[in-house]
Design a protein around this ligand. Sequence first.
Ligand SMILES: Cc1ncc(COP(=O)(O)O)c(C=O)c1O
Length: 456
Amino acid sequence: MEERKIMLNDAEIPRQWYNALADLPGPVNPPLHPGTGQPIRPEDMQAIFPMNLVEQEMSPERWISIPEEVLDKYLLWRPTPLRRAINFEKALGCPVRIYYKDESVSPPGSHKPNTAVAQAYYNKAYGIRRLATETGAGQWGSALAMACRMFGLDCRVYMVRVSYDQKPYRRMMMQTWGAECIPSPSDRTQAGRNILAQSPDSPGSLGIAISEAIEDAVTGKDSRYSLGSVLNHVLMHQTIIGLEAKRQFEKIGKYPDVVIGCAGGGSNFAGVSLPFVQDKIHGRKIHIIASEPTSCPTLTKGPFAYDFGDVAKTTPLLAMHTLGHDFIPAPIHAGGLRYHGMAPIVSHMLEKNIIEARAYHQLDTFEAGVLWARTEGFIPAPETTHAIAAVVDEARRAKEEGREKVILFNYSGHGLVDLASYDAYFSGKLSAYELPDEEIHRALRAIESHPKCIGR
Ligand SMILES: Cc1ncc(COP(=O)(O)O)c(C=O)c1O
């Protein structure tokens, strides 16, 4: 019988993260100081992040050792299984083998703790006592809440208002791990008060919550900010996903033709794909696809430009695909995919044609997610259903082409705390929302008013 769960034992866990900056065809545009317009210096970032993480962010080293203390925590749920989705394959009736890396087995239920644990460790090692962060769907906030508890740090999470109201269980998880969770925009920060003065009923956005968390971190004592996606070091921590997957494929003597991940800020997509990108750069044929919502089409419709990561323009300028730092996405249920920007590394790979990007309507993604639940049993997070919709497309394409394919995708999280979104889908409350062109044009004007466009 063929293996359905390809496991690694504890001793086989990778001991280094992969830093794709060492291999990507360059140059990758550096972050710029918003005041000077010059590439940012490490010391410019030290009020926001501890220096050990700033060094990692800028490191040219290809491999970075994972500290023993971090491995010790990873081993609570890692290595994660590589599973084969035989029942889903049968339902599709296409000539494909579908494997998925099951990141839903972590305590909070997603890939986010891979970097949360690392970031909490490095902050603690640097003498920091409290971390402030933002969260969309609550996956990141709950992951950081757990990681802070593991390393004895206090944790304050600004949660996008619409998700705070839609997803009370994630707030309860954060509280269980000892974090404070505040709906954003809030009156705790100047950034939040400014937004509330303009629109008291603001549903919030990740861009607003980031401004609040950064302001909180830089005005507090012994506190720093922590980001759950987008930055180089975050993507690097997530490469443990793809590195494990490669070892698991070696065990069964296979290699994927297609690698797929959903993309919000880009971290789980990069985590599963970058170790394969390394092979692609060295000549291996492999198709790598990022899947995003049509309501927040950062990669498929946003220009490649220097833009801020937040509304209050407190972050460095990042070279990325962006819908504009003041973009407020529609309150779709895949809260973790509602971010205006995209990781510079992922954006760069799109510019270099190393990866492809696709956008899906939420009706299509929920249809794929429900088929998944009815065949494989597990209920995926709304974000993850975007990856599954791309898998369905790729499987059908394989049938049309008459080719057998091995597909790998990242199962970034389970949906057990997101059942309200399934309820909305079943009761016909969801629409196939697509961001109107006027919104894209508005975003473009906002970007053009500041920095330079660097692509296209
Ligand atoms: C389950 C899940 N998948 C995907 C994402 C998207 O984030 P990223 O693109 O950084 O992986 C999130 C973000 O919250 C998430 O919770």
